[in-house]
Design a protein around this ligand. Structure first.
Ligand code: ZN
Ligand code: MN
Length: 132
């Protein structure tokens, strides 16, 4: 019985990861839940949240939390920068490498030991620029 449960969890987790890796939209758990439900109609939102947490702890996905509103999830776990459109709310990857020298500069300026940094860009996305 334990095996069966384990197997079900593995299938659910694999599907959640596939759904996340198939989109560049940085979706919310609600969106992921709707997608997963198309293939596993009996899955619950709680199960989706639980699996997202496990995937996050395993370093397989990123949780993007901007302090307000729902977290978004990213199937690319490598550190990278994001842009949030303040008009439509879309979140995009910013296609340049993480500037690791910023850690050095922050250390020099403060004396702190720096492990990592986060940098978020805000503005108007290309689609919104074209429709304004
Ligand atoms: Zn926009
Ligand atoms: Mn991303």
């Amino acid at each position: 019985m334990a095996d069966e449960r384990q197997q079900r969890m593995t299938i659910q987790r694999k599907l959640i990861l596939e759904v996340l890796q198939s989109t560049t939209s940085h979706p919310t758990a609600d969106w992921i839940y709707e997608e997963v439900r198309k293939k596993l109609p009996r899955v619950s939102l709680g199960t989706v949240y639980r699996n997202l947490n496990v995937l996050k702890e395993n370093g397989e996905v990123l949780e993007l939390n901007y302090g307000s509103g729902q977290s978004r999830y990213d199937g690319n776990p490598k550190n990278h920068y994001h842009f949030t459109c303040q008009i439509c709310g879309a979140v995009y990857d910013v296609p340049f490498d993480v500037q690791n020298e910023l850690n050095e500069r922050a250390k020099e300026a403060s004396g702190f030991v720096i492990y990592k940094h986060r940098l978020e860009f805000y503005g108007m996305c290309n689609e919104c620029q074209n429709s304004h």
